[in-house]
Ligand binder design. Structure first.
Ligand code: M6R
Length: 617
């Protein structure tokens, strides 16, 4: 939700903190702020709005020589996105400053208790209550560390916090509970951040904090301690292989466009080393039994990837599969049997609802497989086994390449289960061939998909609402197309199973309510074509993603044999296996939303009201 960066070392801290915030802005961008030690006290600068506003304020500051500092970019949970609610927050005596990602659920109780003792608050936030609690504990605690720990032991909910105090100006204290926080360890310098890209230009040596741990950070080193009793812990840094180029725009106008264009590489990387001699290799799962039932649990785009894969997991893998939204699953007291397996899908590996679903499943004795992109994320660490999508850092708030990589890995998972269950080989080798064709097909077709997307976006930019329709696996793609259009362009869009239209939604169709239909060359095509006829009969405009028949295709080939309706805007994809076609349809949907948002002048990489990693409920 929010982004945190802290630095202590030999370099000027303020520019480095601003640079780190720039790379974390995708996590939240309602307001930002930073703190550093100055003249025996702490200086805090904050600004509402995007990071540029904070940079403008910092530009007029004299003597920015501090070599320890911390910053925060906010996605509002408690209180309006105005300056007084921006982080860092200080205690009343301005002795310490705190930045926080998460929600302190019992903050009202803490706040009332402090208010009864005479404390006056400047903001509406839970974070300020925690800062004031630490300051109060400091009056009786033998050390700043002990005061920090005592306050955190009272906090319920989720937090990643970093604190600076005037009494120890070169030190930061950090802790986490159900929210990401990690250390970057350099030579004579140390970083603390919500995510790796924040400090990637300086170090790739990373220490992942666990729940219930506290870190003391200063230029000459770092220590880990247990929150409970402050007993020291030993942990070696891990080397992260990402490079800076992977986390930069690389000449593209937006991260989203760059990440869409990376999809050929993403699929190739996902396949690399995972198929040999016609067999899928997922050694991460070899020690786990093939589950009697798979519960796929995720949010947003990751949920859509799971929904798409369900047909394959059942049809190819032979494993009954249910797909659920994590925020529903975790509260509906699901009946789980120990021989079932829960597959949680999450790009970030930090989504609060998905993480809670994982914990629920584990508490019921089920095995959990994590399918994640971010190495070392909470879900990756808490799952019994983890499949990494290896898509590289996804910076754009709208998820694109992550879904592509999830789909590729889920195809492999379905084939892997099918092979372990001894199911027929011919279909799995056709699927593997189709998957291997994806990188080249994507590379060849992305430029023309973008051109068509740009033209169609201009034609339909005046629409207030859209239907996205599909059947079978393409229904999940329709959901994803609608999600992308909503989150980027703020145009109302609904993803529907095309067969459901006649049960009510078709009443909405008129010449100003267009439908985007996935009419791919799969067994559902005849039905989808008649759904298109039904929409057009009500004067609804239709964009239809369809496939061209290869020259000389046999007469019984599906499309050639069918009378296709005259579609307003046929958008032809090349002839290909239905699986390959799905991987081409996905970027077509993404690019349409991208071009629409860019044409309408929306903030493509940072849409309003959103954050990349949703670590609150
Ligand atoms: O990191 P996760 O995959 O768990 O995130 C899940 C959703 O928050 C995410 O996919 C969200 O829906 C994106 N904004 C979609 O573009």
């Amino acid at each position: 939700m929010c982004g945190i960066i802290g630095y202590s070392g030999h370099r000027p801290a303020v520019p480095l903190v601003l640079e780190g915030l720039r790379r974390l802005e995708y996590r939240g961008y309602d307001s930002s702020g930073l703190a550093y030690a100055q003249a025996g006290g702490l200086r805090v600068i904050r600004a509402p709005g995007k990071l540029g506003a904070l940079e403008d304020r910092v530009a007029s500051e004299p003597n920015l020589l501090a070599t320890t500092g911390m910053g925060h970019t906010r996605w509002a949970t408690h209180g309006l996105p105005v300056e007084r609610n921006a982080h860092p927050h200080m205690d009343e005596g301005r002795t310490l400053a705190l930045v926080h990602n998460g929600i302190i659920e019992n903050f009202q109780e803490i706040r009332s208790e402090l208010a009864a003792g005479g404390c006056r608050f400047q903001s509406d936030t839970d974070t300020e209550a925690l800062a004031c609690l630490i300051a109060r504990e400091r009056r009786s605690a033998p050390s700043l560390l002990e005061a920090f720990a005592r306050a955190l032991r009272r906090a319920r909910g989720a937090y990643a916090v970093v604190m600076m105090a005037a009494e120890e100006p070169d030190t930061m204290y950090a802790a986490r509970l159900s929210a990401p926080l990690l250390l970057g360890v350099g030579a004579g310098e140390c970083f603390v951040a919500s995510d790796i890209p924040a400090f990637l230009p300086y170090t790739r040596e990373v220490v992942f904090l666990e729940d219930g741990e506290v870190a003391r950070i200063h230029g000459s080193g770092w220590e880990l301690l247990r929150l409970d009793d402050l007993a020291p812990l030993v942990r070696m840094p891990q080397h992260i292989a990402w490079d800076m180029q992977a986390a930069a725009k690389d000449g593209y106008k937006h991260f989203m466009l760059k990440e869409i264009m990376e999809q050929p590489r993403v699929v190739a990387d996902c396949l690399s080393g995972r198929v040999a001699g016609g067999r899928v290799l997922l050694p991460e799962l070899d020690n786990l039994p093939v589950p009697a039932r798979l519960r796929v649990v995720a949010c947003g785009t990751s949920y859509n990837a799971g929904l798409w894969a369900r047909h394959l997991l059942e049809g190819q893998g032979g494993v009954p599969a249910d797909v659920e939204i994590a925020s529903e699953f975790r509260y509906r007291r699901p009946l789980l049997e120990p021989e079932e397996c829960v597959l949680v899908i999450s790009q970030s590996g930090e989504t609060a609802d998905t993480l809670a679903a994982l914990r629920l499943a584990r508490s019921r004795g089920c095995r959990v497989i994590g399918l994640c992109n971010v190495v070392g994320s909470s879900i990756a660490r808490e799952a019994d086994a983890v499949l990494y999508t290896q898509a590289g850092p996804e910076i754009s708030v709208a998820s694109t390449k992550a879904m592509c990589s999830q789909m590729a890995l889920l195809v492999l998972l379905a084939i892997y289960y099918g092979q372990r269950r001894g199911l027929a080989g011919t279909e799995s080798s056709a699927l593997l061939d189709a998957l291997h064709a994806v990188p080249v097909m994507l590379r060849e077709n992305l430029p023309s998909l973008r051109e068509t997307a740009a033209r169609l976006a201009r034609r339909f930019a005046g629409a207030r609402s859209f239907f996205y329709l599909g059947r079978g696996p393409a229904y999940a793609l329709a959901q994803e197309g609608a999600l992308k259009l909503k989150e980027l362009s703020y145009i109302h869009a609904e993803g529907y199973a095309a067969g459901e239209m006649k049960h009510g939604p078709i009443a909405l169709v008129d010449p100003d309510f267009p439908s985007f239909v996935l009419a791919l060359d799969d067994p559902f095509l005849p039905k989808v074509l008649s759904n298109i006829e039904q929409v057009q009969a009500r004067q609804g405009k239709v964009i239809a993603l369809m496939q061209r028949r290869p020259p000389g295709a046999p007469a019984d080939a599906p499309v050639g044999a069918l009378p296709s309706p005259e579609v307003d805007e046929p958008w032809y994809l090349p002839a290909a296996h239905p699986l390959t076609a799905a991987f081409l349809a996905l970027p077509a949907l993404q690019l349409f939303s991208y071009e629409m948002a860019d044409y309408l002048g929306k903030d493509v990489d940072q849409p309003r009201n959103l954050a990349k990693s949703v670590t609150v409920e």
